[in-house]
Design a protein around this ligand. Sequence first.
Ligand code: ADP
Ligand code: MG
Length: 683
Amino acid sequence: MNLETPVSQLFMVGQTYARRLTKLGIETIEDLIFHFPFRYDDFSLISPIAKVQPGEIVTIKGQLISIVNEYTKNGKKIQKAIVADDSGQIQIIWFNQIYLVKTFKIGESYNFSGKIEFFGHQIVMISPEYENIQHTTLTVQANNKVPIHTGRLVPIYPETYGVSSKWLRSRIAPLLKDFLPTLIDYLPIDLLDQQQLIPLSQALIYIHFPENQNQIDLARKRLAFDELLMIQLKGLKRKNDWQKEKLSKPFSIDQSKISQFTESLPFELTNAQKRCVKEILADLTKSQPMNRLLQGDVGSGKTVVAAIAMYVAHLNGFQSAIMAPTEILANQHYQTLKQLLTPFGLTINLTTSSKKQYSNIAIKQSDIVVGTHALLYNKNIFNNLGLVIIDEQHRFGVEQRSQLVNKGQTPHVLTMTATPIPRTIALTLYGDLDLSVIDEMPIGRLKVKTWVVPPTKRQDAYNWIKKHVKDTDETAFVICPLIEESESLKTVKAVTVEFEKLKNQVFPDLRLGLLHGRMKSKEKDQTIEEFRKGDLDILVSTPVVEVGIDIPRATIMLIEAADRFGLAQLHQLRGRVGRGMKESYCLLFSDLTEGKAVQRLKMMETSHLGMELAEMDLRMRGPGEVYGITQHGFPDLKIASYSDLELIQETRQAAESLIGKLNQYPLLAEKLQRSSKPKVEPN
Ligand code: ADP
Ligand code: MG
């Protein structure tokens, strides 16, 4: 048995449980001992029965005197037990767990941990955790029998159907006992000393079965370090691998042609855009392929920067591909690029899953191919691919990225994102990428006027929108939040209900459209087109419009239940308006009227910088929520936190010094190898 042994080979696990465990990302013994509790029940107060008080959470140790099933008048089943110790006796009650009568053995000693309450006029313990301490074979450390479900800090784990924390504890405890004595730490001892970290096996005992809060803290410190270190090492390794790739021909840069192009634009590039162009062009002249992230707020003008890079590829005789996360966006890029680059002799083609009108021959001959993910699955459609642009990076996982990249010759890759990830975090998440930031908006852009709207002002706001939309040719978005993690049927239902309400009751004289991710792409395109043309006054939508669409006519953004969104996400939604030269407005509806959540929303009224808002959100809410739900492509952290910038920096340094000498640390190299292996997708 070793760390890589499948859990199905463990005593009491088997195929059924093994299948359930994949839902928690657990396949091997190592996965199981690295499945960490997210909190602990504190059952460490042990009390003589005679001393227990109602309201207390305690552990009592006693002998089981009796246990019976009773049936109430309305058919419920109650289990009543009597337990005694030297000081007295107490009744214990469970509900609807008739099997308990068979589980317990009269006369044996048990721990019971739970809450003391009044039941009728009697002081009882209700639905406690229990553990037979007479026959327990469970022990965490050799020769040291301790309870694991009661009478201590009891770990509570992420669970899944059919896998409870109690079940997990019962499997993890014996593993720790059998395994840890032979487990050698993969981190170099001098690194542990320098960072003041405890040894791995101790950290694993402390995280699962701590004796006190201090042990939990020590364990978390060590394991968080490991978690971030692995992410850093993985990133650096990808970077090293990438740098081993060689290009057949570095690009040359024709500065005068580029100037002609930029002079053809109806605006001057901002200094930030110029700087990013320079960084990108420098990459393109190298003999290693570029792998760069271009980060910039919505509307900061990333597309034109990408267009310059694609033009350079063309001048060097190469094709470019640009991938967008949705068809709507692909379409938009197609229009923009046609406008910008056909005058310079480039041919541009669009290929998406719904638009197959272009033959592969047309694509083989085009200079720029615009598409969605469909591009990934369309093998061999390129003749001579020299540059890949991936728009809105967070929608694509690393796997998908490499899929495109490995298509024949290695092209340059430029990834673009509007997600305002602070620099340190970006360097961690995308450790293999170089970073360029457009940190400046084009001049003359008006700030979107933003208000948080309490329930009492809702009707006024509706009236104002009604009037504004009627008096002008301007239009409005209404965004409803996601109700579950993805755009589930529940969310679709909610947005549909809101749409009907707005259409029939609030804005009966206006033309309303509905947009959500579950619609057919043809319907989606059609609705967006109607809205773009001004045939719809109000577009009611889920946050699918978050990324990218550009409709200058839309000047009002109303967001329902705004408190459910992260500030960075609100900022991106707000970026859908204020695209033209007209004054634009953002109304943040919330049922909350006071407290931290409202203060947080109010920041939207004064701040108009994505990065600033993201950092404030990070401080106020923690990164799980900021980057959690809708934004994929970030590794989930089990124990570390993206807001721990200091630890991110320390692990970055440690990774940089370790990556070159992994051959000196074979255990660490193996660990890295194992953690880079993709997991079976749970379904
Ligand atoms: P994003 O970074 O969100 O992808 P886009 O590339 O779509 O932004 O640009 C948003 C709008 O700003 C476009 O209409 C584009 O033509 C315009 N734009 C880009 N750069 C400038 C600039 N330097 N000055 C003025 N307008 C610009
Ligand atoms: Mg864009």
